[in-house]
Design a protein. Sequence first.
Length: 151
Amino acid sequence: MSAQEPAASANPYYSRTDTTKLHVGDAEWKRILPDSVYRVAREKATEHAFTGKYWNFEGTGTYYCAVCGNALFRSDAKFASSCGWPSFYETLRPGSVRYEADHSYGMVRTEVLCGRCDSHLGHIFDDGPPPTGKRFCMNSIVLEFEPGAGK
């Protein structure tokens, strides 16, 4: 059980096994989530580079959405990208995340959202390592880590 589990238990939508798509309004998320998580997950904020708890973390296990518990990434897909945020080259399974065009701040990027609760996780770029060439650049605050075996 992770250190985040007790807080997650107050969230009736949180599950590490249920992959059913959630349709929860922002007012409800605002009531349930800590302000810092809400700002990133629902208002699409970004934590400062090199400040998140997982940017240089090297544990073996699985990363979950801190909002809904959806399994997102395995630690063996994480790599040191030196960008200041945790980076992965692939998701745990198809449908773990979904993508949207992001034209904010005068940039053209692809936003990565949780496939279950639609929370903002970060962005994906085409400068990652083999075998995918992708870099999922995620915000630590919207991730939870559960130690365990890799693939």
